[in-house]
Structures are given as C-alpha cells and as structure tokens.
Ligand binder design. Sequence first.
Ligand SMILES: [Zn+2]
Length: 307
Amino acid sequence: VYAAAVPSSLVFAGSPLDRVSERRKDAAWLAAQLEREESRFLPFWRLNVLVKSEKPELAWATGAIRSIQDPRTGAVLLGVAAGVAHFAVDLSRVDDPVTELGLGGAASFVELRAAAATLSGGDAAIAAQGRQMLDWHARHRFCAACGRATSVKDAGYMRECDECDAQHFPRTDPVVIMLVESGERCLLGRQAGWPVPMYSALAGFVEAGESLEEAVRREVKEESGIAVSDVRYFASQPWPFPASLMIGCLARATTSEVTVDKSELEDARWFTRAEILAALRAPGTGVVMVPPPLAIAHHLIRAWAES
Ligand SMILES: [Zn+2]
C-alpha cells in the first residue's frame, strides 16, 4: 500500500527513551532514580511543555523541581536513556511557574502542537508521552467505580482506588482516519471551524466491539454516505490531544454520490488528483488546502496523490 510513501516516523512517535516497563513496579529502583542527581525532570504547566528560548529543545530540570510538583500525580517515569531516568512533572498548581523557577527569558511553557513545529522528533515524542500521561492523571484523581480518591502506582502507569482497590490504567483512544479513493479522485471533508478552504481525510473514534475495518466503513458511510471496501492499513500516529492514536487507512469507494452529515461536517466532496497535487506543491493557492505534515492526514493524502 504505497509502501515507499509511508513516513518512517510521524510527529509524536519515535521517542528515544527506553520505557523500561519492567522497572515500574520496582519501588527501590524508582526511589533511587527520583533521588539521583543525574535524573531529569520535564516540567509541564497546564499541559504546556517547558522549551528553551535560545534553541528548540525541551528544558529539563533537576529533582529540585519536585518541591512544586502536583503531589497527587507525582513524577511520572517517561523512560531511561544512557542510564539516566527521565520523568514528567505537573506544575499546574503554581500560578506563575516561570517566575517561581527563576527562568527569566531562558525557557517558557509552550502548547505542544506549536512546539512540535520546531522540536526534534525525539523531543516531540517525549513531550507527547508526558502530556498524555499528566492529562490522564489530572482527570482520573477519583475512582470510576466508587468515586473515592485514587493514588499513583507503578511510576505513574496505574492509579489504584484508596477505598475499593480498583485499578485504573492510562487510556489510549483509537481513531481511524482514512483516505477514500475512487480512481483519480479522493474524498475529503471539512469541519465548520476550519480555515477556508481546508479539507482533510474523514476520521472517527473506533467504537466498542468494532474492528478497524468496520470503523472505517461505518464512519465514511455516516459522514459522507459513501460505501467503501478494500480497507488497508497505512501508518499510525500518537495524537496526545488528549489521548488518541490516529490509525491511518486507505479505502476504495464503491459508490460516488456524497450525502454530507451536517452534524459532523460542513462539507465533504471529491477532489481530483491534480487539485490535491497543486495543494501540496503550492499551499494556499488552489481550490483546496490540506493539513500540514504534522498530521498523518497530510501523509495519507500525499501518498495517494503521488502514487
Ligand atoms: Zn474505588
């Protein structure tokens, strides 16, 4: 399936850290890493990540920063590189962490989609993992079974209820995103809030008891009225806003008349290969704009157009 066009690593994938999942339950090891001078801590503030000002790199802190971390989350282990443990910490409870940390102009908290435009692929992936984990902790302080408080376990990879012992794990929500093709045309849709004339691949959450192929067929039918077959996997991308995994697919249309579901999309229509190639070569000048390379949709659309 256009194998040559599948990117080797999409933005937010490709972390250089070893996740060391086998160490997470080792309380003695974890305690030692939290105290080690070499250990590195990545500060987040209200889901924005600390980035250096003079160059586009993550701004790591020492363990001293734990004095202002949110104690209900603690330090979440991201992984290990060259024997050094890396953690994410949530400083959201501090009103002005830049002043509190005495950063001056040396670093600032940046929204991750904006930061990803300049960070290295490895740094963007580390920040994605941290953002998704800290957001999960912030929204799962209480037990979904009984409503009582939960406590952090396993270096941040589980929360356990203080009352009923129910165990809660970080979630990743699968989303299918698919380029529907029909010969020299492809089907794209747009949401009302997007800049004109931005169109992208159709997408939707996978539901319970549903295969990826079934989710692709259902979502395309619901949003556009188009029936598809021949669903093929393309590539996947972590999308930590807040917890999605984008699963890129291609599918072939077996019908052609578009009926837009206006509750989901403002429009959906066919574009010719020539229109898409023009949009890729000279963004902002043609009848359609497609998403930037940050998004897997860009790579799906490009792979089809250039095949
Ligand atoms: Zn409980």
